[in-house]
Design a protein around this ligand. Structure first.
Ligand SMILES: Nc1ncnc2c1ncn2[C@@H]1O[C@H](COP(=O)(O)OP(=O)(O)O)[C@@H](O)[C@H]1O
Ligand SMILES: [Mg+2]
Length: 217
């Protein structure tokens, strides 16, 4: 399966969640490749930091920030159980290519009851990709939720009502994510019983369920 974390907005958690989900699947013994499609290369930086810290390799990280991604990703997917694409900010050509490459797109957003969760441009790119890839699965993932995050009618149904819908799993605002990123680790390696680690396990499980042929709808 190919999973892409995309949002034209920067700082929403694309890299954080891409590394976390990739790490979770790798820890479960699956073969994972992370494609860093951001010219800034933050996932590559993480992997270099990890090597410098002398930590064992969890998954390979390759830099592929070009709009031929959709032609190159399928070959990678043949050698892996999961290919995770850490998406670029802003660049529409790269975004298009990533959307054509992927089976599932997760759009990290910081939830707010006041405005839409994604730019019109982002949603238009998803609609456009669906012309070629009608089976493309798209979900928002609510990231950096505060303890007091108030969403209008904060129920599972409301989340499912959005288009695209939001995953039931949410990720809180947790220092562990920044601490892990800075030391080339994933949150589970800092403390496998932390709330952050449990949230990521739940997220990875929901993604696996959604991506398995049995649950296709
Ligand atoms: N759930 C979270 N809790 C705390 N900090 C977070 C969380 N998600 C992301 N961050 C922090 O926010 C910043 C931006 O996240 P990042 O994943 O790099 O975003 P993007 O890749 O979308 O630009 C980073 O410093 C990261 O550590
Ligand atoms: Mg990033």
């Amino acid at each position: 399966m190919i999973l892409a974390l995309l949002n034209q907005k920067g700082g929403v958690g694309k890299t954080t969640l891409a590394l976390a989900v990739a790490g979770e699947w790798a820890m479960q013994g699956r073969r994972v490749i992370l494609v860093d499609a951001d010219p800034q290369g933050s996932a590559l930086d993480w992997s270099e930091m990890r090597a410098r810290e002398g930590l064992p390799r969890l998954f390979s990280v390759i830099g592929l920030a070009r709009d031929t991604l959709h032609r190159e990703a399928p070959a990678l997917a043949r050698d892996a159980d999961l290919v995770v694409i850490d998406g670029p900010p802003r660049v529409a050509g790269l975004m298009r290519s990533a959307l054509l490459a992927t089976d599932m797109v997760l759009i990290p957003v910081q939830p707010s009851p006041f405005d839409g969760w994604a730019s019109a441009e982002m949603l238009a790119l998803i609609s456009e990709a669906r012309i070629y890839r009608p089976e493309l699965v798209a979900r928002f993932v609510l990231n950096r939720c505060g303890a007091r995050t108030v969403l209008a009618r904060d129920t599972a149904e409301t989340l499912a009502d959005h288009d695209p819908p939001a995953l039931a799993s949410r990720i809180g605002q947790r220092i562990a994510f920044a601490a892990a990123a800075q030391s080339g680790r994933i949150v589970r390696e800092l403390d496998h019983e932390s709330v952050a680690a449990r949230e990521i396990s739940a997220l990875a499980a929901e993604v696996a369920h959604l991506g398995s042929p049995r649950s296709a709808s």
